[in-house]
Design a protein around this ligand. Structure first.
Ligand SMILES: Nc1ncnc2c1ncn2[C@@H]1O[C@H](COP(=O)(O)OP(=O)(O)O)[C@@H](O)[C@H]1O
Ligand SMILES: [Mg+2]
Length: 236
């Protein structure tokens, strides 16, 4: 790499095609929102990010789940990706960790992340999801007020963080942006678009501070080895 951003240290997502679109990966210690409708692959995206981080880069990861049970996510990943033969081993070695936040309380949520990251020296964190986190608060307004504290807190962690966010519309044209997306360093959008008798999976990078990146809307597919995107192809 040459020119602008050449010296930026990067964290590879481990998603084939995406790191190429990001010119090497997410700038280290940035916070990226991964946003999409139900079933678009957000949880898979986050799980693969931690799996590849542990497997290929020896980085410890923490998956902070506010919604789904850890066992459920782990079983789904094993079923979906038979080629992840060392997934259980990495879980046993505590290189990949699924952490469930029991109590619906923002301070408790921050404590769980803080103590986990410190104890295990985690470098990759996934929060699933900010949409559920918002429900910890009395109103969207209260969430927005605390969002600054959250991003401040994450900024002091020395971790590269994925913040998963639900989106209610499957339409690319109807995609709306919330404050989380404005404040985050990056936004990656996932889609499962209805097209005639089937659905098409797609991905686009809306923004990524600290690097240049592809602006293409590209197809995304599931394989036995994980999700893959195709930087040179078009969804439609
Ligand atoms: N190996 C696979 N092949 C095809 N589809 C898969 C595979 N693994 C998961 N899926 C599909 O992906 C969707 C779930 O992905 P998930 O990451 O849980 O999405 P989200 O978190 O966005 O709701 C489901 O519709 C499931 O059928
Ligand atoms: Mg999910």
């Amino acid at each position: 790499l040459e020119g602008a951003f050449a010296k930026v240290e990067r964290v590879k997502t481990g998603i084939d095609g995406l790191d190429e679109m990001l010119n090497g990966g997410i700038p280290r210690n940035h916070h990226v929102v991964v946003c999409g409708g139900p079933g678009t692959g957000k949880t898979t995206f986050g799980t693969q990010y931690l799996y590849k981080g542990a497997k290929d880069f020896g980085e410890t990861g923490a998956y902070i789940t506010l919604e789904e049970q850890p066992d459920k996510i782990i079983e789904d990943a094993k079923q979906a990706f038979p080629q992840w033969t060392d997934f259980q081993q990495l879980l046993d070695q505590r290189k990949i960790n699924f952490v469930s936040v029991g109590k619906r309380d923002f301070t408790h949520f921050l404590d769980v992340i803080q103590s986990f990251v410190t104890q295990h020296n985690a470098k990759r964190v996934v929060i699933d999801s900010s949409t559920i986190l918002e429900l910890y608060f009395g109103s969207p307004y209260e969430y927005r007020q605390n969002l600054f504290d959250l991003l401040d807190f994450l900024g002091r962690l020395d971790c590269t963080v994925l913040i998963i966010a639900e989106h209610s519309s499957p339409d690319r044209e109807k995609m709306t942006y919330d404050l989380t997306q404005f404040l985050a360093d990056g936004v990656i959008l996932l889609y499962n678009l209805p097209r005639e008798e089937k659905r098409l999976r797609g991905l686009e990078i809306l923004k990524m501070r600290g690097t240049d990146h592809s602006h293409n809307f590209v197809p995304m597919k599931f394989s036995d080895a994980g999700i893959v995107v195709f930087p040179e192809e078009k969804v439609y």
